[in-house]
Design a protein around this ligand. Structure first.
Ligand code: FAD
Length: 408
């Protein structure tokens, strides 16, 4: 359905796929589609360079080759089995098996350890540009929704990977400005990162014992978020803050600013770090890097142009074209899960588009279903993490803890 008019013995011209946004998810989407000769991929990005240095890690399920290894996550292994049919899991694994070795090699590396986000972006970008065979055409520009709509020709596919402030999300459902976005604000947080000159590993006991003297502003490193590269450990964690604190802070700052303006948070960090030092005898390298962010869990109610198609009878360009939201433009979750979720959706979509006999309506419906399943999965996982985190914050205060335990 996605190929242009086909005649026997004549190779159909490739389907033009416009990928908006070359962040990690847009790049992976482009790299996956590039390896199929049936697609001519055009990638649009407004940034000149990849400068985001924050350390990220990808979930091992991305490179799973069996259903058992796909479901090993101790928080959501069961949910995955409850949400997806066995045949759906098998289909996803089969697609992984067809991912080209160059890309799979990168994914394997990123699921083993930590990596700066811009390393992921640069490696994917270099892989796309360095491949022999079909080129991905690239345009460096800020694309507007009107431009996106006007460049579409019959048979094209449009994939929006423009991130949290998605270019097209709220245009896929006629109505109010944000009619297509459902958002839950979970909390406000500081994401604090520092480098430590010794091996330091974190588990649940460590999170507890190193925060014992911190009644408020507990620093909670994510398990698997510490990474020792043979020389230094990269530590990233979250401190819960109030909405009022959030308003008084700049988007990013260092330890000196924190000390001067929020001494209580700084003292809490100091106590945590002093405890790590007492245990491992190392030193902090450099300063703390701090970002303040609202932790939102959100999704596009419609992750494709299917609804628009139904409601407007195809009389506007976005309704006539299969449009898909992938990555943060489709849904977002805190607690370090989003890139993996975006990659998972990119893999599924690439597998769908490659099925040449599938009618467009089916492709749209199947992607909607998949996006909803991924939403259920990440919603449950995130709520569980938040609940555990809330309980953790009041360990030692029996009544505060009981308040949070709604058993029946
Ligand atoms: C402090 C912090 C730590 C994090 N740690 C992790 C982690 O450990 N693991 C994890 O999985 N996630 C983590 N995340 C989330 C992760 O960074 C995002 O989920 C991820 O970057 C989303 O990728 P994306 O490609 O969907 O969107 P983005 O990374 O937002 O990329 C969108 C791209 O589209 C481009 N763009 C946007 N609009 C236009 C336009 N109109 N025209 C042209 N180009 C456009 C942008 O320039 C950008 O390059 C973290 C986030 C924060 C803030």
């Amino acid at each position: 359905m996605f190929s242009q008019a086909e005649s026997p013995g004549v190779e159909p011209s490739p389907t033009r796929v416009h990928v908006l946004g070359a962040g990690p998810v847009g790049l992976v989407t482009a790299a996956l589609l590039q390896s199929n000769h049936r697609f001519a991929v055009h990638l649009y990005e407004k940034r000149r360079d990849y400068t985001r240095t924050r350390m990220v890690q990808l979930a091992p399920y991305l490179v799973a080759d069996t259903v058992a290894s796909y479901c090993t996550d101790y928080i959501d292994g069961e949910s995955v089995e409850a949400i997806f049919e066995p045949s759906e899991l098998a289909e996803g694994l089969a697609f992984r098996g067809s991912i080209p070795p160059d890309l799979m090699g990168l994914l394997r590396g990123w699921t083993r350890g930590f990596c700066p986000l811009n390393d992921i972006e640069r490696s994917l970008s270099d892989l796309i540009d360095g491949r022999r065979g079909r080129r991905v055409e690239r345009t460096m520009a800020i694309v507007t929704a009107e431009q996106a709509a006007s460049m579409l020709q019959p048979g094209d596919v449009l994939i929006d990977c423009t991130g949290t402030r998605s270019l097209l999300r709220d245009r896929l459902a006629p109505g109010d400005a944000d009619a297509n976005t459902f958002t839950l604000r979970l909390e406000y947080a500081l994401v604090v990162t520092f480098l430590y000159g010794q091996a330091y590993d974190c588990n649940e006991y460590c999170k507890y014992s190193k925060n014992i003297e911190n009644a408020y502003y507990k620093f909670i490193p994510a398990v698997n978020r510490t990474c020792y590269d043979g020389r230094i450990t990269h530590v990233t964690g979250i401190v819960n803050i109030s909405a009022a604190d959030y308003e008084r802070m700049p988007p990013r700052f260092d330890g000196a600013w924190l000390r001067e303006n929020f001494p209580q948070v700084a003292q809490s960090m100091d106590r945590f770090i002093a405890s790590v030092k007492a245990e491992t005898g190392g030193e902090i390298i450099g300063d703390l890097e701090i970002v303040r962010i609202p932790l939102d869990l959100y999704r596009a109610r419609h992750a494709t142009s299917l609804e628009l198609r139904r409601r407007t009878a195809g009389d506007e360009p976005l309704a006539r074209t299969p449009v898909f939201l992938v990555g943060d433009s489709a849904m977002g979750s805190p607690y370090f899960q989003s890139i993996s979720l975006g990659f998972e959706c990119a893999m599924f979509l690439s597998g769908l588009l490659a099925q040449r006999d599938l009618p467009v309506g089916d492709v749209l419906e199947r992607y909607e279903r998949f996006a909803y399943q991924q939403w259920l999965r990440v919603y449950m996982r995130t709520k569980m993490i938040k609940h555990n985190k809330d309980l953790f914050e009041c360990v030692g205060d029996t009544f505060a803890m009981l308040e949070k335990l709604h058993i029946y």
